[in-house]
Design a protein around this ligand. Structure first.
Ligand code: ZN
Length: 400
């Protein structure tokens, strides 16, 4: 069978599966009484489906549509051609993502009142990571192509190591810049918590959770924003907790403590490291599959890429990444949901369990997250367990 037909079939089947899941979730949302939740849920589902459909179209355009063949023709005999080819393909996908990020803010977030940015501001914030990403892509493309040629049988192991080092650097870069970093271009600024009643109380709570001395920073939300959130960032001495100012308006001190306990649970259960290990495992699977495919140059030719150099294989891998990402989603979502349950369990034993449940409910209402979802849809996509599932697990835990 022709590799081009297999690719088209895989993309079509995967798109149909997602369409079926989206339709299920639409039907589920139809039954919700609360209008804001219903509409937010629909906007999210419709947007996520359209985004994947566009990504798949780009995959087809780059492969069967001749995009990579054209770019390869331009870069082939130039110095650092591998860097140029990989960076060009990455640029195409990054530009699509910037457009999607802006559309998401304008369509989904604006309809929810969770964030308000002017178009100019959005454009500036969303396009800020383009240059760093292209530089990294060019360097990675050149390094990987070199590895493939110098170590034809073991390159994929070295590539996994290189990739994992990149992931670690990225976590370190993001978390060491409070309120900023490469991956979070839309995050507002932050300042230390100075509230004389709350600061000592939360510092004492953090000490009880085994995080004595961690700074608490408040994320200043743009006017009118409703999204409330908390996260633990940084490592070692730069480790700190970030709470959005909206979260402090919304929750009582006991509830804020419970949310802090949940975030501390992520830290105490080493979730950042485990998440990195999971990503490293997935990247090894990806590079391994690419190494196996490279034994069969006809695959590339049948996908309308006549050149079968390492650079062309890498470009094809970048083009196929959205399909791989969709296929890996259920597994990644499963891993992440387990981590949420573990953090909840930590919070239930170290803080007020009832306060945690009340806080979760308030946060879900404010962020208009799907409090409940179609069970199959949620299993596939949701990185956070539903309110009902978390409540069910928390109910089985003893009260401190
Ligand atoms: Zn969590």
């Amino acid at each position: 069978m022709n590799a081009g037909i297999v690719l088209t079939a895989l993309l079509t089947m995967s798109a149909l599966l997602q369409f079926w899941l989206a339709a299920r979730q639409f039907r589920y949302l139809q039954r919700l009484a609360e209008r804001r939740l219903r509409e937010a849920g629909r906007a999210r589902v419709a947007f996520a489906f359209s985004a994947t459909a566009l990504e798949f179209m780009l995959t087809l355009g780059l492969t069967l549509g001749g995009g990579i063949a054209y770019l390869d023709g331009f870069w082939h005999d130039r110095p650092a051609g591998a860097a140029g080819l990989v960076a060009s393909v990455v640029l195409a996908s990054v530009l699509l993502h910037v457009a999607l990020r802006i559309a998401h803010a304008r369509i989904v977030e604006a309809s929810l009142d969770v964030a308000r940015f002017s178009l100019k501001e959005l454009l500036a914030r969303a396009s800020r990571p383009i240059l760093p990403i292209i530089i990294v892509a060019a360097a990675a493309g050149q390094a990987l192509a070199w590895l493939m040629m110098t170590a034809p049988s073991t390159w994929w192991l070295w590539a996994t190591l290189l990739w994992t080092a990149g992931l670690i650097a990225r976590v370190w870069l993001i978390s060491d810049q409070p309120g900023g970093g490469l991956g979070m271009p839309l995050l507002p600024s932050s300042q230390p918590l100075t509230d004389p009643r709350l600061a000592p109380r939360l510092a004492a709570a953090l000490a009880r959770y085994g995080l004595a001395g961690s700074e608490i920073r408040i994320i200043v939300s743009p006017p009118g924003a409703l999204r409330a959130n908390a996260r633990l960032a940084g490592s070692g001495r730069s480790r700190h907790v970030e709470l959005s100012d909206t979260l402090l308006y919304l929750l009582t001190p006991a509830e804020v403590e419970a949310v802090l306990a949940h975030e501390a649970g992520h830290w105490r259960c080493r979730h950042v490291i485990r998440d990195l290990a999971n990503r490293a495992l997935l990247s090894m699977a990806g590079f391994g599959a690419l190494a196996l495919a490279m034994h069969h140059p006809w695959i590339l030719r049948e996908m309308a890429i006549p050149d079968t150099s390492p650079a062309a294989w890498l470009a094809a891998a970048v083009a196929l990444a959205p399909l791989a990402a969709v296929l890996a989603t259920p597994l990644r979502a499963h891993w992440r949901r387990q981590m949420e349950y573990e953090a909840d369990a930590f919070a239930a034993t170290h803080a007020d369990k009832q306060a945690l449940m009340r806080a979760l409910e308030k946060l879900d209402a404010s962020n208009a997250t799907d409090r409940a979802a179609d069970p199959i849809y949620a299993r596939f996509y949701h990185f956070h367990p539903s309110q009902t599932d978390r409540r069910r697990r928390l109910d089985t835990m003893p009260i401190r």
